[in-house]
Design a protein around this ligand. Sequence first.
Ligand code: ATR
Length: 278
Amino acid sequence: MHNTFIMAGVMGWPVAHSRSPLIHNHWIQQHKCKGAYGLFPVEPGHLDAAIQGIRALGLAGCNITIPHKVDAMKYMDWVDPMALRIGAINTIVRQTDGALHGFNNDGFGYLQSLQEAQPNWRAETGPVAVLGAGGASRAIVVSLIESGATEIRLLNRTRSKADALVQEFGAPVTAFDWSQRHEALAGVALLVNTTSLGMHGQPGLDIDLAQLPETALVSDAIYVPLETPLLQAARLRGNTTVNGLGMLLHQARPAFKAWFGVMPEVSTELRQTIVASL
Ligand code: ATR
């Protein structure tokens, strides 16, 4: 195995904008691995064949991104319990016997990004308010539950989607109407935006932070722009903020470890490389 060239990549549609090649190829060079990480534009109708191709081509594995994260699960020989709970995978690791194992490292990346901003951060510190109930929300909510969050207030424009997550995950999650997002911030230790509001080209989140404690950590899953209107407003009133770049960078670490055998670090240099590409 040691002399083999290790290949991995990301399957998505569209996938051209993905920063994953920059991240993984940075680590490949840094650790002097023999290998490469590429972009695989996979149309939805070709997902089955593309995943079987991991075996056929002898790839070490693949990242899976939009729109394949949910569908890809059914082609796995085994899915990690965390990914099963999230209901989606973002990483495939081919085993020596050819079996394909599915993982979801988005929640890991999110928790790491919080810890990077505030090393003593603990999920059980206080209530959490989560805005949004889509794919990113599921990964973040599951990771918060697994790390011991005792109260997660879930607010989504479409209330039924928040209710469905409460049904599925049970306590500690409770659903609120989108119109309650301002007062739901009272007493929270962490506020997370997982909606697309505030993303480049989209309107900002319309939320009044008056009830939010100044000690609360405020995070956004968005990384373009690095500082969303939400994070700017939070910073200006004294809250510690965490943008989505850390989640993106840290979710890649366990995948790189699985494929290339080294747990890489998120260095200032890597961060600068990615920021320069945004
Ligand atoms: P992701 O995988 O990034 O989480 P997603 O699954 O499409 O993307 O979820 C998008 C989230 O942003 C949803 O919670 C969505 O709310 P709805 O469930 O009501 O659609 C939220 N969202 C998108 N546009 C929004 C808007 N204009 N106002 C409020 N929430 C919005």
